[in-house]
Design a protein. Structure first.
Length: 432
């Protein structure tokens, strides 16, 4: 295991490696990924009882794995496996580790362990690569919430931290007075601030060049709302506490999400566990190639996404996701038996020219209400009629439902916002 203390030279070397590797031929990157994967599997088989038992049950010996087809025979790791890590042989205490906890928005909060050098050698340089590719420069000033992981956004530019206890009025004043070149916040926070700016008839400072989002699902309507409020198209980052180094990210082209293949293997699977074709939405399964001392191998992270067909126009060789389509638990079973999902709603709201914020409620079984926030100075009746037409083209056509215009979506401005509030029943729980 790597010792926790990492020298400045080692961090610099990691930054240089990731900066150059994104331009290497994709075949070379995937060959290198395969070697790292085989090394992780062998290490896990030898040192982690949880995986040794799993490998034997499916008759897979790491030294004999010769293809991804062999790798795909390994069973998926579930969130509950991580919850039970202290009991099932996944967490071996002889290996030093740092720990953190997930937020619990995709299910029960779980503890995540990683090597003590993980942040310095991976989180730091990979976040730096994203921010640089997204347009942030070393002399730029940017605002961020203190809830952004320490050491991540500080890798490039000059940061001004803002406390999550700051009032909305004070936050807007700080944005105007600081004249930042960039802002990095969760999508929910930026959507809320966009609506506040428009309602108060305030403009973002002319110095603002970039908006960076992370920490939650950025919907199509949320992207459009931020664009109208701040005058910038958000550039998104896809990560999870289980893989804080980052899974995928957008560059300044704002097309697909570049996958960090140097450190993570991403699979997108259908309900039968088979890989989906480009453009098809499926479940995200990750393998963190640096996840010692508690390896995450074929871990179903609880999100939905799709692959992009073809590379990004930027010229980087990293394979791309086309979209991040929300959490698996962000869905609702309708009386007809159909599932209403974030993907379905995003496609419908994406057809409406006006930026909208929404949330779906089921206060009683099969009694569906969609709360909608419209920006100020918008002809609401016309927009709502257009929205009803688009939504009626979805699975909502199988039930009775209603639109409910509201001034604000309830919830914490600095927290993650749940798009779905289903009636609590067994049918709406995440399937195994």
């Amino acid at each position: 295991m790597t010792k926790g203390r990492v020298s400045a030279r080692e961090m610099l070397e990691a930054c240089e490696y990731f900066e150059s590797s994104q331009w290497r031929p994709q075949a070379d990157l995937l060959d290198e990924q395969w070697l790292k994967l085989k090394s992780l599997l062998a290490w896990s088989y030898e040192h982690i009882p949880f995986y040794a038992s799993r490998f034997r049950k499916v008759d897979v010996i790491p030294q004999k794995i010769s293809s991804l087809e062999d790798f795909y025979r390994l069973p998926l790791m579930k969130r509950q496996d991580l919850v039970d890590a202290e009991l099932n042989g996944l967490r071996v205490h002889s290996f030093p580790a740092t720990s953190s906890h997930t937020t619990g928005t995709s299910g029960p909060s779980v503890t995540v362990w990683r090597d003590q050098s993980y942040d310095a050698k991976l989180t730091f340089p990979l976040w730096r690569r994203w921010l640089k590719a997204a347009g942030l420069q070393s002399h730029d000033r940017y605002l961020r919430l203190v809830t952004v992981p320490v050491g991540a956004a500080r890798t490039l530019g000059r940061a001004l931290d803002i406390s999550m206890m700051t009032s909305v009025s004070t936050l807007i004043e700080k944005i105007e007075s600081a004249k930042p070149n960039g802002i990095i916040m969760t999508p929910a926070t930026l959507e809320y601030l966009s609506l506040e700016l428009m309602e108060r008839d305030r403009k973002a400072p002319k110095s603002l060049k970039n908006i960076f989002t992370n920490g939650d699902n950025l919907t199509l309507s949320g992207r459009r709302l931020c664009r109208q409020g701040f005058g910038c198209d958000p550039i998104d980052h896809y990560a999870a506490r289980e893989c804080s180094s980052g899974i995928a990210w957008q560059c300044s082209e704002v097309q697909g999400y570049h996958v960090n293949v140097e450190n993570v293997v991403v699979e997108i699977l259908d309900t039968q566990g088979r890989p989906v074709a480009p453009g098809e939405v499926g479940r995200v399964v990750i393998t963190d190639l640096s996840s010692k001392p508690v390896p995450l191998i074929r871990y179903e992270i609880g999100d939905l996404a799709s692959w992009q067909e073809g590379p990004c126009n930027c010229g980087r060789s990293l394979p791309c996701l086309a979209s991040i389509d929300g959490r698996i638990v962000e869905r609702m079973k309708l009386k007809s038996g159909e599932w209403l999902t974030c993907h379905v709603l995003n496609m419908a709201f994406g057809q409406i020219p006006s930026p909208l914020q929404y949330q779906v409620r089921e206060d009683q079984p099969f009694n569906v209400t969609i709360d909608v926030v419209l920006p100020p100075k918008i002809e609401s009746s016309e927009v709502l009629q257009l929205l009803k037409i688009e939504l009626q083209k979805t699975v909502l056509s199988t039930i009775e439902w209603k639109l409910n215009p509201v001034d604000r979506i309830p919830g914490e401005i600095f927290g993650k916002r749940r798009l779905f509030h289903p009636y609590e029943s067994a049918e709406n729980q995440e399937p195994e």
